[in-house]
Design a protein around this ligand. Structure first.
Ligand code: AR6
Length: 175
């Protein structure tokens, strides 16, 4: 499933965020300490090797909604953009904090002149954000920021299972 808006392609695919060979940057659904963990953070840190955690150490801790960038180390990508999403029901206002994650990641991508970026569904795993609500916020935020984008041309959502892919494809088609 993909959709083009003002020259920017938004794609939804099923897959593993740690195996996206053809994008310049991947986004990590990080923890505040920017350490390895479960889910996306575990997959990216495992594939990147210990150099990633080392580079992250002086950048931590980060706040919900904030994003920071590192190199990709042994990943297939030049950059990792680490976003701390909100914990659903705890970090408030969670919708704004989730939107900030997407906005801040895309601002970093522009600063670094990155043309392709892959996101996981931030906050929808261990942090408990309902997938449909989170997908709506993600796509609305991205469509609002698209007029400000110059270098980013491809924004990919990498969903881990068929249900999450379906939910994201539905929300994207309604944009
Ligand atoms: N590729 C793509 N998506 C994945 C992958 C993968 N390899 N693995 C899981 N997902 P989560 P959060 C999906 O928990 O909710 C970590 O332990 C997953 O099914 O990775 O922001 C950190 O250390 C879900 O839909 O991120 C933090 O403490 C989505 O990615 C905390 O979890 C996000 O799940 C962050 O929680």
């Amino acid at each position: 499933m993909e959709k083009a808006i003002s020259g920017v392609t938004i794609e939804c695919i099923k897959g593993d965020i740690a195996s996206q060979a053809d994008v310049v940057a991947v986004v990590n659904a990080a923890n505040a300490e920017l350490k390895t963990g479960g889910g996306v953070a575990g997959a990216l840190h495992r594939a990147a090797g210990p150099g990633l955690e080392e580079e992250c150490r002086p950048l931590a801790p980060i706040q919900p909604g904030e994003a920071v960038v590192t190199g990709g180390h042994e990943l297939l990508n030049d950059y990792v953009i680490h976003c701390l999403g909100p914990v659903y029901g705890r970090d408030q206002p969670e919708d704004e904090l989730l939107a900030n994650s997407y906005r801040n990641a895309l601002e970093i991508a522009e600063d670094k002149k990155i043309d392709s970026i892959a996101f996981p569904a931030i906050s929808t795993g261990a942090f408990g954000y309902p997938t449909k609500e989170a997908a709506k916020i993600a796509f609305e935020t991205i469509s609002n920021i698209i007029p400000e984008l110059n270098t980013v041309k491809t924004i990919r959502f990498v969903l881990f299972d068929e249900d999450d892919l379906k939910i994201h494809a539905e929300e994207l088609s309604q944009l």
